[in-house]
Design a protein around this ligand. Structure first.
Ligand code: HEM
Length: 559
């Protein structure tokens, strides 16, 4: 006999529990895409989240595709349940399937459940602190190339300041840094003759995701429910930049394959591993095992697993190659956008720049070193506070979506009033129901982060109160939601942090930053990540959207 509890009854009978349908929430803005457009087309990302939290609290009802009820969630205990405690019961099938269709292979971004846990177990050792420390000199070296280029630029102005497009420069710098860290490959993004990869990658995600229609939002939301051939067809017909994306994937595969062949050949000849990048280490298991003690060297652990006779405990060559594309996609725009926000805030806060420079000088004097590395970064508390505060205030992945695999009860740290006025401490979600998580909202809770969370104040991380800290329940770094949490938390957060530290220190040592002379208005916009955008004249943008203007709006269109 099959039986199940009727979900609404359960919520009705329990005085502390409400179903999602019982909660208060905003009216839908579209039948097709519900409230999703409110978050994507917003004037400034975060405004919608702030508005909902002010009006309804840290959880409320919202609408998604075809007027379906979903849960908007920023409550710390609720997020902990969905991401950590019940991690694999809240799946990300839509996103995984989208990635699988787009990349054509099963990497960590494109798998779920047991398969995901297996791949993650294999890859985690490659992202350990001790291994990543070896890549830092590559980040420093790449940054010094940019310093040289900027010195040449400034020299043309006899030392006077110069307006630069920081978005463009940081994107090029972080691509080269990622190329070195992941593949030991020079993308030549900082040269006048960038590789074909750079040409294919330039502006790709902005073109793909920044002008999404309601239909595209709905298709994204339905991915997991549709058969693969329909999903693929819908995606190909709805995303105009799909061809460009396929070209980008094939160039990436070509580069990764050639590096893998090179490393395997070198291993066969018994040559020493020169590169410390992720692909080289994953490609050369047997070599590493000869030279490292698998019990003490973290790098060998993934390799040791890769040597296993059991194919379930090994990453195949195809899987390793596919991970490389996943890492470049997951690790480029994120770090580049994050650094944009760091320099944006520093340009508005010259006093913070001065404090970082003072810290650099002090640590160099104390340690007697010329170039700072990971062990020095650890003692640079103010610099770290600047990074933490920017990660808190400008989370470049502000939202995250999951769907319940079964009926479940999500506990709340902060009780809510339902539409009928009942006070509840937990929410009943039905199998298949969407949970729309606001990383942005969690990072703004004053009870967790202290006063004035709508302002950028690095000092809050130097004077933290235990009462606030103890309420922060999620996160792999500083209890922030920015790198997410639990089973799918960012595997590259240490990589990102070391890269940002090296770049920030390398550039601040040589340059002072101030807002551009035209004093543009900067707003947060969404493409694949939340990036800094200047305000564009509305009539030009309208014409572009309607197709009357083929070219993207240019700098001259910026007010
Ligand atoms: C500031 C920079 C970064 C931010 C803010 C960031 C943020 C995130 C977030 C929020 C997730 C969770 C996505 C989800 O739950 O659906 C994630 C996952 C992931 N990130 Fe990052 N990321 C950053 C840098 C990087 C870097 C540098 C790499 C690799 C070199 C990387 C690789 C990944 C991978 C592979 C996943 C999937 C993990 C899994 O599903 O198990 N990320 N990242």
């Amino acid at each position: 006999i099959y039986f199940k509890r009727r979900s609404s009854k359960r919520a009705d009978n329990d005085p502390n529990l409400a179903s999602v349908e019982d909660l208060k929430g905003p009216p839908r803005s579209s039948w097709l895409a519900g409230n999703l457009p409110d978050f994507v087309y917003t004037k400034n990302v975060g405004n919608e989240d702030n508005g909902l939290i002010r009006q309804f609290g840290l959880a409320c009802r919202m609408k998604v595709t075809f007027n379906t009820d979903a849960l908007f969630l920023a409550d710390p205990k609720g997020l902990q349940h969905v991401l950590n405690t019940s991690g694999y019961n809240f799946h990300k099938r839509d996103a995984a399937k989208l990635t699988h269709i787009m990349l054509g292979a099963k990497n960590i971004l494109a798998v779920e459940g047991e398969e995901h846990a297996r791949q993650r177990r294999m890859l985690t050792p490659s992202f350990s602190q001790s291994y990543l420390h070896e890549i830092v000199p590559e980040f420093t070296h790449t940054t010094s190339k940019l310093v040289e280029l900027w010195n040449d630029l400034v020299a043309t102005k006899q030392g006077a300041g110069i307006d630069i497009d920081l978005h463009m420069w940081l994107s090029r710098l972080t691509l080269d840094a990622l190329g070195q860290g992941v593949l030991s490959y020079d993308f030549k993004a900082l040269t006048d003759e960038p590789s074909e990869y750079v040409a294919a990658f330039r502006g790709l995600f902005v073109d793909m995701f920044s002008q999404r229609t309601n239909a595209q939002l709905a298709i994204g939301d339905l991915m997991g429910k549709l058969p693969s051939f329909i999903s693929r067809g819908l995606l190909n017909s709805s995303l105009s930049a799909m061809n460009r994306f396929q070209e980008f994937v094939s160039i990436s595969s070509k580069i990764s394959s050639s590096i893998m062949v090179r490393e395997k050949e070198a291993a066969r000849l018994g040559q020493e591993l020169k590169s410390k990048d992720l692909l080289s280490t994953l490609s050369r298991p047997r070599f590493w095992c000869r030279f490292n003690n698998p019990l003490t060297d973290h790098r060998s652990l993934s390799v040791r697993a890769n040597l296993s006779e059991n194919p379930r405990s090994r990453l195949t060559d195809e899987e390793v190659l596919s991970q490389m594309i996943a890492f470049t996609i997951a690790g480029h725009d994120t770090v580049s956008s994050m650094l944009q926000w760091v320099f944006y805030e520093l340009s508005l806060h010259p006093e913070a720049q001065a404090k970082i420079r003072k810290e650099i000088k002090l640590i160099k004097d104390v340690k007697g070193v010329q170039v700072l590395g990971p062990s020095e970064f650890e003692s640079m508390h103010y610099t770290m506070a600047v990074l933490k505060e920017t990660l808190r205030f400008h989370p470049v992945a502000p939202h995250n979506v999951r769907r319940a695999d079964r009926d479940d009860v999500i506990p709340l740290a902060y009780p809510l009033k339902t539409a009928s006025g009942k006070e509840v401490h937990s929410i009943h979600v039905k199998k298949g129901q969407t949970v729309f998580m606001s990383q942005y909202g969690y990072n703004q809770i004053e009870d967790l982060w202290g006063r004035d969370t709508d302002k950028w104040i690095p000092e809050r991380f130097l004077n933290e109160k235990e009462s606030e800290r103890s309420k922060r329940t999620i996160g792999v770094f500083a209890h922030l939601a920015t790198f997410s949490s639990g089973v799918h938390a960012c595997i590259g957060w240490r990589f990102a942090l070391l890269e940002m530290q090296a770049i920030l220190i390398g550039l601040l040592e040589h340059f002072e930053f101030a807002p551009a002379s035209s004093k543009p208005i900067i707003l947060r916009k969404l493409s694949s990540t939340m990036y800094a955008s200047t305000v564009i004249r509305k009539n030009r943008l309208d014409k572009y959207k309607k197709g009357h203007h083929r070219a993207r709006p240019e700098d001259s269109d910026i007010t």
